[in-house]
Design a binder for this molecule. Structure first.
Ligand code: C2O
Length: 571
């Protein structure tokens, strides 16, 4: 065929409108080892397609995704599509031993799901042990064709993924901590798109640079994929407009600093200076910390660079570099103010469907605790005392991971000995945020909260002061929820509900339960399956701050969990 003809045919194909319903998109993610050097340390890490961070996955609302994950590493693997609702397709959700057995070395599994009623910035990550330290990437859902954003169309869209870099092997770190009962070693650096930036030793060449033109608007799709740290983020001499959180449009507001917890995403519009500023600007992130343990108190920096006019006098390297002022590491005041600004857009097109009536109310405590040291022959542990190991719990139950996947056990009716369907609807009362009780021991179990289809749920999550109050970013799989209330101290069931926002509360999939306080959420259990809920600080999840909901099938055919795919991994 003559090349002009080829060209003509090709152009026609490009011009064909995409169908109004979604298309099917195929991805292959090859989980393989890959050498990466940061801070002058080279390590072989588990990667997606030999990329760190992993490649961007892009789809449109309504599309079906068929993502083949091939395990070419020695570790067991599973991937989670954080924030995807997985309506009736719980088999594709990904948390190991919850909705699937892990994919073993040499095996593969096709995650098959359709994106229904969602658009925005989400992400994917490994969901087994600490492998998400290096296995993560953006999952971007564009609106349906012809559907605009509820804000001016940006000139460009840029994913900015925060992560944590460890010189050591993160699997060894968590293994060690589990053995000793102590706190795991902290990271050596924070990263933006895998790059720690110039404030660390031997790192200047690994700096994320955002090159912009003056007078334009950029959409930054910010994702916090860090393992254990909430982050403040700010750009020198620029304010941003927050327009979306956890793939939900919000009432736009301006700020110079955002707070983002692990698991959360935030879209902001960055309006660049109207003309060439003859300067560059640091973009910095550092943690917001409320706990008692050691943490990585370093700062990641990227650089916002303006495209130079042709006859610029100073070379870009010699420009003045402005730096932002970030809140103090423990600035809970700022954190509270920021989270109070977040409101659902609640427009005609994007209404906030807050459950107005509640079928079941639950009250869970979230916090730390201890287990007895399990070492034989006088060996001591490195928990809060040398006879204890760190633990964490929901309602004092530290969740034990099953050895069979919960969803399969439920579906096949073989749940006996795998889980107990009796998660308590409230804990034994005590002064949750006062002087902690003398006995800090947790109990252990694999307990599920069972809900009938379409139950409207209100859940209050109360932080405890056991081993110190701390902010916990709680993530719920399978649903978005509305954060109807938040406060400090002990939740008051008489007074506090009067102040609930049932009009335009923020809708999200991960909420920071305030340090020494509580958060109240509502959601409609309209998605049958087993849904993990856990603190997105990986160290707390490892210690047991996790549980699962079992939402039963409804009566109608379209209210039932789909049958499991044939290639679902076996345990
Ligand atoms: Cu992003 Cu179960 O987590």
């Amino acid at each position: 065929m003559a090349s002009w003809l080829l060209f003509a045919v090709f152009s026609c194909l490009l011009l064909l409108p995409e169908p109004a319903f979604g298309i099917t998109r195929h991805y292959t993610l090859d989980i393989k080892m890959h050498n990466v050097t940061r801070l002058c340390h080279t390590k072989s890490l588990v990667s997606v397609n030999g990329k760190f961070p992993g490649p961007k996955i892009i789809a449109r609302e309504g599309d079906q995704l068929l993502i083949k994950v091939v395990n070419n590493v020695p570790n067991n693997i599973s991937l989670h599509w954080h924030g995807i609702r997985q309506l009736r397709s719980g088999w594709a959700d990904g948390p190991a031993y919850i909705t699937q057995c892990p994919i073993q070395t040499g095996q593969s599994y096709v995650y098959n799901y359709t994106i229904v009623g969602q658009r925005g910035t989400l992400w994917y990550h490994a969901h087994i042990s600490w492998l998400r330290a290096t296995v993560y990437g953006p999952l971007i859902i564009l609106p349906k064709h012809g559907v605009p954003y509820p804000f001016p169309k940006p000139h460009k869209e840029v994913p900015m993924v925060f992560g944590e870099w460890f010189n050591a092997d993160t699997e060894a770190i968590i293994r060690q901590a589990t053995l000793t009962g102590g706190g795991p070693n902290v990271s050596d650096a924070y990263t933006i798109n895998g790059l720690p930036g110039p404030l660390y030793n031997c790192s200047a060449k690994d700096t994320f640079r955002l090159r912009v033109k003056p007078g334009k608007t950029y959409l930054l799709r910010i994702i916090n994929a860090a393992l254990n740290d909430e982050l403040f983020f700010s750009i020198a001499n620029h304010t941003v407009t927050v327009v979306e959180a956890d793939a939900i449009y919000v009432k736009p507001f301006e700020t110079d600093t955002i707070l983002i917890a692990p698991g959360q995403t935030t879209n902001v519009l960055l309006k660049t200076k109207p003309s060439y500023p003859s300067a560059s600007f640091f973009m910095k992130a550092r943690p917001y910390v409320t706990g008692q343990g050691t943490f990585d108190n370093s700062t990641v920096a990227g650089i916002l660079e303006y495209e130079q006019p042709k006859h610029a006098k100073t070379s870009i390297k010699n420009l003045q570099l402005f730096t932002p002022v970030l809140p103090a590491l423990n600035d809970t005041n700022y954190a509270t103010k920021f989270s109070n600004k977040l409101r659902s857009l609640n427009s005609k097109k994007f209404p906030a469907n807050v459950p107005q009536k509640v079928d079941r109310k639950f009250f869970f405590t979230v916090g730390l605790g201890t287990n007895p040291c399990n070492h034989k022959n006088n060996q001591t542990c490195q928990g809060p005392t040398n006879t204890t190991m760190f633990a964490a719990s929901i309602s004092n139950i530290s969740f034990t991971m099953p050895t069979k996947a919960l969803l399969q056990s439920h579906y096949s009716g073989l749940s006996n000995g795998v889980y107990s369907p009796n998660f308590p609807w409230n804990p034994t009362p005590f002064n949750y945020t006062g002087t902690p009780p003398n006995n800090t021991m947790v109990s252990t179990g694999t307990n599920l909260m069972v809900l009938r289809y379409n139950t409207s749920v209100e859940l209050v999550m109360q932080d405890t002061s056991i081993l110190g109050a701390e902010s916990h970013p709680l993530h719920l799989h399978g649903f978005n929820f509305f954060v109807v209330g938040q406060g400090f101290g002990n939740f008051d069931p008489k007074k506090d509900p009067k102040n609930f926002n049932l009009v335009d509360p923020i809708e999200r999939n991960t909420v920071g339960v305030p340090s020494g306080g509580w958060a109240a959420i509502r959601f409609l259990a309209d998605n049958p399956g087993v849904w993990f809920m856990h603190c997105h600080l990986e160290v707390h999840t490892s210690w047991g701050l996790r549980m699962a909901w079992l939402v039963l099938d409804g009566d109608k055919p379209d209210q039932k969990l789909l049958p499991p795919p044939a290639d679902l991994p076996k345990c």
